[in-house]
Design a protein around this ligand. Structure first.
Ligand code: HEM
Length: 171
């Protein structure tokens, strides 16, 4: 095994597991616990955003995808269609497509929605009277619902992608 494969597999597996595990934890535990916590939940979200969660996760996902594409290219002999139609090839291929869709939903829906919630909550915290704060906060429940359902879809897709990656070579 060459050093490039060892490095690509290390990056792919470690970052892929981090990406999928974080999104599953977020959907199953963090978001429901924050919803129960009410205004304190918003403080936790602000702390997570300050630690650049919204910038770190897309980079983690991108490195997983790029290393996965490179590994795919290597083991499929340059995207050979016959290999891609084998059971193993299909399992890696379907897993990869699920991960691409999860990435699209994460970057296209979840990230902008969570950033918008963060900016509204920030503005509301500066508001001088409660009527102004209520007007600012009005769209937040719908945005939270949107972000939570996108998060559940991402978690499910990544769980399936990880399962397929894990069993592909034994099919
Ligand atoms: C949620 C995201 C992902 C996770 C958690 C993940 C996880 C894994 C794991 C654990 C393995 C090792 C399997 C084994 O050795 O039996 C693996 C292998 C592999 N993954 Fe992924 N993966 C993800 C996304 C992707 C994507 C987007 C691609 C893109 C094409 C991809 C392509 C591959 C390939 C080709 C291998 C086989 C590498 C080899 O045997 O050298 N994966 N993946």
């Amino acid at each position: 095994m060459s050093i490039e494969i060892v490095i690509a597999r290390l990056l792919h597996v470690v970052l892929g597991v981090f990406w999928a595990g974080t999104m599953i934890f977020t959907a199953l535990f963090l978001v429901p616990a924050m919803a129960e916590a009410g205004p304190d939940g918003a403080k936790v979200m602000a702390g997570i955003q300050r630690r650049r969660f919204m910038d770190v996760m897309p980079v983690v996902a991108l490195v997983t995808i790029v290393s996965g594409l490179w590994l795919f290219w290597r083991i499929s002999g340059g995207f050979d269609p016959a290999w891609s139609r084998s059971r193993m090839g299909m399992a890696y291929g379907i897993g990869a497509v699920l991960a691409f869709v999860a990435f699209g939903i994460g970057v296209g829906i979840m990230r902008p929605t969570m950033m918008r919630i963060g900016s509204i909550v920030g503005q509301a915290a500066q508001a001088t009277d409660s009527a102004q704060r209520d007007t600012l906060m009005a769209p937040v429940p719908a945005l939270r619902r949107r972000s939570a359902s996108a998060g559940r879809a991402v978690a499910l897709l990544l769980a399936l992608a990880t399962a397929l990656m894990g069993i592909a070579r034994y099919l």
